[in-house]
Design a protein around this ligand. Sequence first.
Ligand SMILES: *Cc1c(COP(=O)(O)O)cnc(C)c1O
Length: 551
Amino acid sequence: MEVGLESGIPTYSGGLGILAGDTLRSAADLGVSMVGVTLLHRKGYFRQRLDAQGNQRENPDAWNPEEILKPLDPQVAITIEGREVKLRAWRYEIQGLSGHQVPVYFLDTALPENSPWDQTLTDHLYGGDAHYRLCQEVVLGMGGIALLSALAPQDRIIYHMNEGHSALLTLSLLDSGSQSGVSPAPTEADVEAVRQQCVFTTHTPVPAGHDKFHWDLVSKVLGPEQADLLKASNCCFDGSLNMTYLALRFARYINGVAMRHSEISTGMFPDYPIDAITNGVHAVTWTSPPFADLFDRRIPEWRQDNFYLRYAVGIALYEIVEAHSQAKRALLAEVERQRGVRLPEHPLTIGFARRATAYKRPDLLFSDLERLRTMAQRVGPIQVIYGGKAHPRDEGGKEMIRRTFQAAAALGEAVRVVYLENYDMALGKLLCAGVDLWLNTPLRPQEASGTSGMKAALNGVPSLSVLDGWWVEGHVEHVTGWAIGDDSESPGDSFQDAASLYDKLERVILPLYYGKPESYAKVRRAAIALNGSFFNTQRMVSQYVTNAYSF
Ligand SMILES: *Cc1c(COP(=O)(O)O)cnc(C)c1O
């Protein structure tokens, strides 16, 4: 449903879309034969503006596909509520390192043949109500299959459902593969034929992340025949179609996005075998220019083969420190440009940027302002840079942004806190590389993987994070960064986590940063060598090829 290709194409909201883009980029680098299918989202997600109190205002982020993408010829039709809806696609080409191309098709219903309402179906990412969303998922799943068949009919295609949003594609496959046409009940053989073609990745243990549509709505949008087909496929519970169950039911391979996440998902869906392929990031995309230059000089093979980042252990510490200082200056220049605030270069600078939502607890750092003030005064100065959008209907997330502004006002000069507007890929790249410490405080076990800490690691920025998601695997205490709390199976506790966060900052990280800069630089270097070399999408896509896509 979303893909992060570049800042100028605002058809992503966060980690899920960025991961999709990074996956496609690495597939292009590796010469994997892959195409991406998404929606055009002419009005994007939204542009974020913040007033002086931290109230978020959302403006449409309209863009001109005409300037970046090529429209394709074939038009295909799908049926929504008994109406024929025409769609076409726009093509974006990702060029891999050796010239291999991976196209991305952006589906578009804004055609004059369609009703005015149908024309808006590919306007807003995650906008509108359940009805609008279900229609979008019909466009994505069923329209996607129709388009791919029209473009280049092929057998031996594997359909990788990146989250449940695209799961209606299984219905199209079932429909076209069924021996008896649209029969009231698919046979086991029909289901098995679809299963052999489908792979499903689940991305969140948070229940709100799993789409459900009321049965009456499904019947209305898809029509009674298709609805019966779904009903016969065991993916409807409590009067709703559950898109995750639809995908689970029709996938021959299922995975979560980190080891811990696959355990949690197995607990949620005990009837299905759920493997793990831990997420990564596209190393060349997320490495800041100063580190890319350094790696080009010292380990030139790193672009072709990210495992070479392991050899960052041989890079001199002063070179790592110098590259980081350059990245930090670039970030501070952006802070000054955007907020008019000139932050000094030396203080320990903490970064926190991700979707603003309650379970990520951006306010955990502000649990005890007095303690924060005191340690900044006694042990060494701290400054914090925030970023992140709240979904327009996530009131809890919006409250988190306001609280950050309140804390910033209360702390004043004692601990400088700035919140950057409109967190996007360009800002993410500057932020993850330019701070000294990447903070991550999700409430366990709700973080499936998280990827911004991986971007930070590539740039020699260690994490201070709750042991959830990828950090369970990437954390080596005092070597690649630091843990908040412990690794127990029990759910997180904000009181204990805050105490642990302050203890680590006050007793370990600040003394190291100010007292033993060389030791801090060693942590930077180990973050690159141990985590940059592994938590990348080159390794991840190779695992998908081996474990999920092979016939
Ligand atoms: C990397 C990135 C994310 C995802 O970060 P998480 O740590 O997974 O929450 C979200 N938004 C942007 C703009 C990013 O660059």
